[in-house]
Design a protein around this ligand. Sequence first.
Ligand SMILES: NC(=O)c1ccc[n+]([C@@H]2O[C@H](COP(=O)([O-])OP(=O)(O)OC[C@H]3O[C@@H](n4cnc5c(N)ncnc54)[C@H](OP(=O)(O)O)[C@@H]3O)[C@@H](O)[C@H]2O)c1
Length: 397
Amino acid sequence: MTQATIKIKTQSPRKRVTMLGSTGSVGTQTIDLIVRHPEKYDVVALTAQKNVKLLVEQALLLKPEMVVIADAIKYTEVKEALAGTNIAVASGAAGVVEAASADSDWVMSAIVGSAGLPGTLAAAKRGATIAFANKETLVCAGPLMMKLCAEAGSHLLPVDSEHNAIWQVFDFEHPESIARLILTASGGPFRTITREAMATMTPEQAIKHPVWSMGAKISIDSATLMNKALEVIEAHFLFHMSPEKIDVIVHPQSVIHSMVEYEDGSVLAQMGTPDMRIPIAHTLAWPERMATPAPKLDLAKIGQLTFEEPDPVKFPALRFAREAMHKGGTAPAVLNAANEVAVQAFLDKKIKFLDIERINEKTLQSQPVVMLTDLDVLADADMAARRFAEEMVSQIS
Ligand SMILES: NC(=O)c1ccc[n+]([C@@H]2O[C@H](COP(=O)([O-])OP(=O)(O)OC[C@H]3O[C@@H](n4cnc5c(N)ncnc54)[C@H](OP(=O)(O)O)[C@@H]3O)[C@@H](O)[C@H]2O)c1
């Protein structure tokens, strides 16, 4: 055997990767990792909603086969900016599905909200490995999504730092030995202020997360603890765990990303600096590992790790998650739809911070629960919940 043959045999093949939501917080951090290892990755497709400038910059840097701008009005702008390249340009929600359907090994699902569902489903259907940041998709369509992935042989690798942590310490061969999942929560920016003070908080204040730098929607969700509520539902579907076996503990330092407690009392935790590039890298290199530029964990410097129970009065969102899981069927999708409407209305300054939880609770209570048999049922429930929540917004504003 020649040196050349040995080299070829020991090199990992290049991974063909697609990024849905490449211009967002998760998307740009994924690209940050990819550009550090140009010998390992070929970029197949990039998608964005409206950020033409960044999408074009990313396209010129990574030379994907195609880019998609979901906001069709901006198609010509992207097309003209990429004239003279070999990069195909598409637009609209159908374009995102086309990007997800294009032949690639690995798809980063990092569109925010349930708008990420069609693309993620398309990637699952063709058996791609999916790095899964878009929790709203699993919250809305959990059972359908898990079934589809199992049938198509698609691996679902969680990017959310909590689920990624659990995934790393979860004994998939002996799930019956697991007593409990313990999701950690930073507590968000309003952990230490009173509910009265929370009532007056502005979007600018709510977006300032004490630990993580993230997109606007997830930052607001962290302030209401709806992010944790959505994550509890996500964990329920992803790990097939009953709701009573999923607990949340507030851990402001965000060093322990989550834990699995086994029946013998052992608790396995995954730790690391709070830097999303660590869980993203875990899914990108999987089943191998890769180096990241994230600062290494220095426990001596941190000194103390602290824990506290979440305050159920200040943050009722966790109760909504439990109610939604208890109701089952379309209830989690209803809660998610209400929350998407309410968060956008808060960001647009149409409602106050505490109106978000009112809209979420009322919408969840008002909507009928339907068995989640297919995507049409889901779409109907989502639309009805959005209408109800929008009506509440217009009554408030
Ligand atoms: N950020 C984090 O650290 C973090 C951590 C864990 C989980 N997650 C989850 O990851 C997902 C993305 O979060 P993010 O913080 O990265 O959000 P983000 O910064 O707001 O980015 C969202 C991405 O989706 C695109 N997009 C928005 N609406 C779209 C639509 N209707 N159709 C197609 N594309 C659309 C955006 O394009 P434009 O830029 O053009 O608007 C952008 O590329 C969320 O589900 C979030 O819960 C995020």
